[in-house]
Write a protein that binds this ligand. Structure first.
Ligand SMILES: [Zn+2]
Length: 465
């Protein structure tokens, strides 16, 4: 209940938080962490984790049998609890492929039917709502619940175990949390969540002039687990590599963006350890992650994956297509045959030398974006600025153009009459993040700026192509 109130008042709380002394911020981070920790490390998470580890010896037939049962269960559940599926006909699933008798849902449909997709079996106060922008900069609202988050955590902890890392190993986190007020110019740029042995570091204060502070901080925390967005960790890696002295970490886990080979190379060199990539999504729709042999496995207990071409026909191994997910994890917002917008292909070779029969998939996500380089030396990764776009559900695309030094133009493509208000809200947030030395303007456009290969970059930085 308190947690629900906290969520409802999050913007006002964030402002109050920003004004508090550092020691209080630490306490509050830990208090917020207490809710998460209690849920993440509940006995049911550990029992699921043990169960999942037992599945790693499954044969392909056992995997298929599990997925068929899980598909039958989620279809039954969705038709019973979610108004969106109430007029879906009953489906007699004899094989997993029979799910193809239901239509594919694209992102636009999910964006427009967010509330109707949510499960009526989850009380309104227990529903957790969060925005996600995907690869187009268009925001949609996702509903999940504490049990969904806990299940997801068990899957993440399984990946940790593949890397030989125990649960609750101390970790440094570089994701999108705003843990430090944007105006702060002196360290600390991080707060502590003591219960979870986690330090949350700001990705909004990276700059050439703060580089030494971040390096000192990481050096003091050497040997811990490091997790974050690849573009952010790569900025840190560049700082470190310039000093010529790597900062060894226990392991690196990346998420939220593609880990391109050139990013992996500098990250692994700077932190003198392996990076383990993960493809997940805010919708809890599907999960693919890397094993200790460097292969990406689609996780069969998390979701059923189809890879389809533009006409919704299955593609063969090695052929690129769209990911279409049926999630087994998010029963608070059942997604059946959800084409999320990301692409990839079944790997033609196999099985993996790690011995698991989980299918091998190569995500070919192309979140094309530059890094925003400010005239005063500050560096904003696409994931840092992406935070400003969340909740703006009426834009089909949104891009940030750094046309001249100190001038950013937000360029939105409308999908409804609310778009102008959403655009103004993004402008306000971005202005706050970038500060008064920036001139932020916004405009509605008919179409996004598309680069060669069909990529739609989030940030377009002048001087980069
Ligand atoms: Zn493997």
């Amino acid at each position: 209940m308190i947690e629900a109130q906290l969520r409802a008042n999050s913007a006002a709380l964030q402002r109050a938080y920003d004004r508090m002394p550092y020691s209080v911020q630490n306490l509050l981070t830990s208090a917020r962490g207490w809710f998460l920790t209690r849920n993440r490390y509940a006995p049911r998470m550990f029992s699921l984790l043990r169960e999942l580890r037992g599945h790693e010896k499954w044969t392909s037939e056992q995997i298929t049998a599990f997925q068929l049962k899980a598909l039958q269960k989620i279809v039954r559940h969705a038709r019973a609890v979610s108004p969106f599926y109430s007029d879906y006909p009953e489906l007699n699933l004899r094989t997993c492929a029979d799910i193809a008798r239901y239509p594919v849902l694209n992102r636009e449909v999910v964006r427009e039917n967010g509330d109707r997709l949510a499960s009526r079996a989850v009380q309104t106060s227990e529903r957790i709502k969060v925005g996600t922008t995907g690869t187009t900069g268009a925001s949609l609202q996702v509903t999940y619940s504490e049990p969904v988050a806990r299940r997801h955590w068990a899957f993440r902890m399984r990946q940790w175990s593949w890397a030989g890392v125990k649960t609750r190993t101390p970790r440094i986190t570089f994701f999108g949390s705003r843990v430090v007020p944007p105006e702060r110019t002196e360290p600390p740029f991080w707060t502590h969540n003591f219960l979870e042995r986690q330090t949350l570091a700001s990705i909004f204060h990276l700059s050439e002039s703060n580089a030494s502070h971040y390096i000192d901080f990481l050096r003091q925390n050497s040997g811990k687990v490091l997790e974050g967005f690849p573009s952010v960790l790569a900025i840190l890696a560049d700082f470190i590599l310039k000093t010529g002295k790597p900062i060894p970490m226990r392991a690196v886990f990346t998420d939220g963006e593609p880990l391109y080979p050139f990013l992996r190379e500098s990250i692994e060199k700077a932190f003198a350890t392996r990076a383990y990539d993960l493809y997940g999504n805010t919708e809890y729709a599907g999960l693919i992650h890397e094993c200790e042999h460097g292969q990406m496995h689609a996780i069969p207990e998390y979701a059923y994956l189809e890879i389809l071409d533009a006409e919704d026909r299955p593609v063969g191994p090695g052929e690129e297509g769209y990911f279409v997910w049926t999630s087994f994890v998010n029963d608070a917002m059942p997604l059946i045959r959800y084409r999320i917008g990301d692409r990839g292909c079944w790997q033609a070779t196999g099985p993996c030398s790690c011995g698991r029969n989980f299918p091998l998939v190569v995500p070919t996500i192309t979140r094309d974006s530059d890094t925003l380089r400010c005239p005063d030396g500050r560096l904003f990764s696409p994931r840092a600025l992406n935070q400003c776009l969340k909740g703006a559900t009426s834009l089909r695309f949104c891009q940030l153009l750094h046309e001249r030094p100190g001038h950013v133009l937000i360029r939105g493509v409308a999908s409804s009459p609310d778009s102008y208000a959403d655009l103004m809200e993004i402008q306000k947030r971005l202005q706050k993040v970038l500060g008064q030395q920036f001139f932020v303007t916004a405009t509605l456009a008919d179409a996004p700026i598309v680069r060669a290969g069909g990529k739609i970059p989030l940030i377009i930085q002048h001087g980069q192509s």
